[in-house]
Design a binder for this molecule. Structure first.
Ligand code: GDP
Length: 481
């Protein structure tokens, strides 16, 4: 519709309130500019001017320091000399943080956003591990440069080393007191995974940052959204409050800035949206992730979904014959239900349920599921492209129900600016009571947070340090509200 096009071109909203730079060519990445708003309602959350200006200066820094620049060559030249002490060395204007691809796509997107935010806060540039298929999934986010780490980056040979036992692991070094202001290594490895120790997780505290800031290269392996913990550092907190006056919008804005599906992925999204979702008056997303065996079909999970959606009036209750007669005069409303799951069975059951209902009341309920891949096949390109397309499709719904603990769901609702209904972790055979809870925040949950804050005594509940960083509703963890 060209009139929509004109309106958005003139109001300038194709740049999402200045969040996006205008410096990219449109055709190379259709999802980045005007194509998106055909599908998405404008976000009610506007990026702050401070965030916008920070992103523009980040882009300049990235261009100065990125792959292929003199600065990059200089910074990588010395990396082989591991024994060199950087304490008295001028580090140059460029410092880097390298993100290593690990775990599923949802995990990757959450950690990419976390590492990027950390780069923004510490004036580093982010470079990403390009050995997997990320370049087939996402467009370049920074104009005139690349965020892909060159494949010949000297430290990539050693990725097998990157774990807690590695001698350059920050947590291990700080436990052994092997790092201080007189012995600064050329690179450090940050281990921010589910099995991290507090010594790994607490890298964000100011006394740690005073050392880490002097190190030119950081390598990060992460599988958790560690943004909530960054608010524990008072210096970061001041800056974060300026960047994100609406605290729960961190991932929402960063994801809309960073993650633009490639044309291949975007064509899956747009085709599916046009064919199935665009004509509905209301769209409900249901993301079903079962962390058991291969994540197949379980009757108690099915019952939980029905119980949650009916209780929360997201899906209609099935009427008795008598009620159906009374309701028949209702104006038919077209509702689309988008189900995503590795298993195709859930949507089949929902379809059956509602095909009967639409016959009785005239209300038109359509249930769709784009794929049923059966099992996780991370790093297989087509599989990952489907996964990304589905996260995007879910983000375009009006209401969303997601599964506890699933980073796939976290990305979908936060990207969409939606406060989800979170399905509690199902037990073996029973349905949790209540089956789900409406979240009051659209931020993702940090699933394995530190046990305490920077100043607090060990064992102090890290959910009680900062008033707006509290436990998640769906599972143990920390979240910004
Ligand atoms: P999490 O394990 O739920 O936290 O989410 P991740 O995205 O990190 O890992 C799960 C992976 O399994 C996804 O990236 C997909 O590869 C696959 N997967 C899980 N659920 C779905 C789904 O609903 N649709 C598709 N297409 N893939 C899924």
């Amino acid at each position: 519709d060209p009139s929509i096009n004109d309106e958005f071109e003139t109001t300038g909203d194709k740049l999402i309130g200045g969040l996006l730079t205008a410096d990219f060519d449109e055709g190379s990445c259709m999802s980045r500019y005007h194509k998106t708003y055909w599908y998405r309602k404008p976000s009610p959350y506007k990026p702050s001017e401070y965030l916008v200006s920070k992103l523009r200066s980040y882009e300049k820094l990235h261009k100065r320091c990125g792959p292929g620049t003199k600065a990059y060559k200089k910074a990588t030249k010395n990396l082989g000399h591991d024994n060199k002490n950087y304490a008295n060395e001028s580090v140059g204007e460029c410092r880097y943080v390298v993100w290593i691809a690990d775990y599923g796509l949802g995990n990757r997107m959450l950690t990419l956003a976390s590492v990027f935010l950390y780069a923004l806060l510490t004036d580093r540039i982010i470079l990403i591990d390009n050995r997997k298929d990320l370049g087939d999934l996402l467009c370049e986010p920074f104009p005139g440069t690349s965020w892909l780490l060159p494949l010949d980056f000297p430290l990539m040979k050693y990725t097998y080393r990157y774990n807690k036992e590695y001698s350059r692991c920050y947590g291990t070094m700080s436990e052994k007191r092997a790092i201080n202001s007189t012995s600064i290594p050329p690179h450090l490895y940050l281990h921010i995974l589910h099995d991290s120790r507090d010594s790994d997780k607490m890298f964000f505290c100011q006394k740690d940052q005073d050392l880490i800031n002097k190190v030119p290269w950081l390598i990060v392996r992460a599988n958790v959204y560690f943004v909530p913990s960054l608010w524990f550092n008072p210096t970061f907190q001041t800056e974060l409050t300026k960047l994100f006056p609406q605290k729960e919008t961190v991932f929402h804005h960063l994801a809309r800035y960073l993650f633009h599906p490639t044309n291949q992925v975007w064509s899956i999204v747009t085709r599916y949206y046009h064919d199935h979702l665009s004509k509905a008056e209301e769209r409900l997303g249901i993301q079903i992730r079962v962390f058991r065996d291969q994540g197949g079909y379980y009757q108690n999970v099915m019952d939980q979904i029905v119980s949650c959606t009916q209780r929360e009036k997201l899906l209609p209750e099935l009427p008795t014959q008598e009620e159906a007669k009374v309701n028949i005069t209702n104006i038919p409303k077209r509702k689309a239900v988008l189900v995503t799951s590795l298993s195709p069975e859930y949507s089949k059951k929902l379809k059956n349920m509602f095909s009967k209902r639409s016959n009785l009341t005239g209300e038109i309920m359509k249930v769709y599921q784009p794929s049923g891949e059966r099992y996780q096949q991370t790093d297989s390109k087509v599989h990952d492209q489907k996964a990304l397309a589905e996260m995007y499709l879910l983000s375009l719904t009006d209401n969303i129900v997601t599964s506890a603990r699933s980073t796939f769901g976290y990305v979908a609702y936060s990207l969409g600016g939606l406060k989800p209904w979170l399905l509690y972790m199902p037990n073996d055979r029973t349905i949790p009571d209540p089956p789900c809870v409406r979240s009051t925040s659209m931020e993702p949950c940090f699933l394995t947070p530190p046990s305490h804050g920077c100043e607090a005594e060990w064992g102090t509940d890290s959910g009680k340090i900062v008033p707006f960083v509290r436990h998640c509703e769906d599972i143990y963890g920390l979240k910004v509200y």
